[in-house]
Write a protein that binds this ligand. Structure first.
Ligand code: ATP
Ligand code: MG
Length: 200
């Protein structure tokens, strides 16, 4: 019997926003997680690496955003790994650290719709359960690519839809629009201080 429950929030976090924080806290409470680890990606295989902010900025913003929550922690595990980031590698690595823990990987609905394209996707359920939270555009039809075995390890958790994305925040900055209350106040200050998202 595993005696600890660890939530994982993986993402580009460019930047981390209140949607991420809200769902992490909702899942933490619902599943009675002992902690939630926020893991900013290194070089994301699904995005043009050149368009992603430096890892250190994304990591610093995560730390600012989670500072007020005693259950939230950050991890450099993906940033420190060489080469492209693959979740399967992260989960294998975490298993060696959290021997006595059950892993709950928290994702938005858009992520589960494309998860079949991830490296060794069919092996992921050996290492984790998935908790899928609501996101703006979703329809169950988009899950046809997932096997029954995979879906056995997936929980759908209906949360209020928070219609915030990092893309929208980057666009707002670029267009001189407000991001106040979309991100943590400290994150907002960090973005302005370091002149992030001003150029495309
Ligand atoms: P981008 O627009 O750059 O893709 P994003 O807002 O989707 O950014 P990511 O870092 O890509 O943020 O997302 C990390 C994880 O958080 C993903 O599983 C994603 O589905 C989930 N997520 C992000 N924003 C929300 C939100 N507002 N509601 C629910 N889940 C979210
Ligand atoms: Mg995204």
């Amino acid at each position: 019997m595993k005696n600890k429950k660890i939530g994982i929030m993986g993402g580009t976090f460019d930047p981390i926003h209140n949607g991420h924080l809200f769902i992490a806290e909702q899942v933490r409470i619902k599943y009675n997680l002992d902690k939630v680890l926020f893991i900013p990606s290194g070089q994301p295989p699904h995005k043009d690496g050149l368009n992603v902010s430096e890892a250190i900025h994304r990591y610093n913003m995560v730390n600012l955003a989670i500072a007020s929550n005693d259950y939230f922690f950050s991890s450099l595990i993906e940033i420190d790994r060489k080469g492209n980031t693959y979740t399967i590698d992260t989960l294998k690595q975490l298993k060696t650290v959290y021997l006595d823990s059950e892993i709950y990987f928290i994702v938005g609905y858009d992520t589960i719709e494309t998860i079949h394209t991830w490296k060794d996707y069919e092996l992921l359920p050996e290492y984790t359960r998935f908790v899928v939270v609501s996101r703006t555009t979703q329809s169950a039809g988009n899950l046809i690519n997932l096997t029954e075995d995979f879906l056995d390890k997936v929980d759908f958790f209906e949360t209020p839809v928070i219609d915030i994305s990092s893309t929208e925040i980057r666009q707002n900055i670029y267009n001189n629009k407000s991001i106040t209350y979309m991100v943590d106040n400290q994150v907002e200050r960090y973005i302005y201080k370091h002149n992030l998202y001003r150029a495309r």
